[in-house]
Design a protein around this ligand. Sequence first.
Ligand code: OMP
Length: 239
Amino acid sequence: MKEAADKVMVALDKPDAALALALASELYGTGCWMKVGMELFYAVGPAIVRELKARGFRVFLDLKMHDIPNTVRGGARSITRLGVDMFNVHAAGGAAMMSAAVEGIQEAAAHTTAAPIVIAVTQLTSTSEQVLNEEIGIAGSVEDAVVRYARFARKAGLHGVVASPLEVAAIKSACGSDFITVTPGIRPSGADAGDQIRITTPSDAVRGGTDYLVIGRPITGAPRPAEALENILKEMTEA
Ligand SMILES: O=C(O)c1cc(=O)[nH]c(=O)n1[C@@H]1O[C@H](COP(=O)(O)O)[C@@H](O)[C@H]1O
């Protein structure tokens, strides 16, 4: 179970620190990561990251930076000083912006502690091929678009990408097995997909070779989150 928990990042999508920390306490001891996203960070700020780190959690700060290179470089410096284990930027910001994130980490890490892992969001798991083609304006399949971004992310010096588990094999084949894949869009069978489009079950994600499974509502929205996590870890272990 410990091996499976090392791969799970629970999305703490909660509106305040009390609710987030209550959930974190309930899941403490499993060994899973905590993902702090926009809802929690915009409400509580860096204090929530410090608190989770003080409690011994590994933290993925999911703020999906997408701006001019100079701004992203500064953002990456601040995030590195905060001491997160992982953060993300949007690959759509381009290779120069992604390289700037890496430079920001290096600049700050020279003065502080360990450098975080930085990954690029390829195409959001809520995006369908139709939306990609007609609204975002990128022709072709989602997989091709994801792999193209992954190649640029790798070239820019990032450690990996965020994508659906459905694209992991193609990403690993294009960028190498050590290129990290972080995959939301996880739904145990029978769970409500909600706004997610490109989904798989936890066991299919594991069989597909993903490195990390990002899971929110199937755990955080369950009547007993610790039990929901345990069931998912069991499914992963058996996969
Ligand atoms: O970067 C992310 O974490 C992310 C990228 C993506 O393409 N899709 C995606 O769902 N996420 C995040 O992963 C989590 C998924 O949550 P659930 O859909 O509730 O399991 C949310 O916190 C999203 O913000």
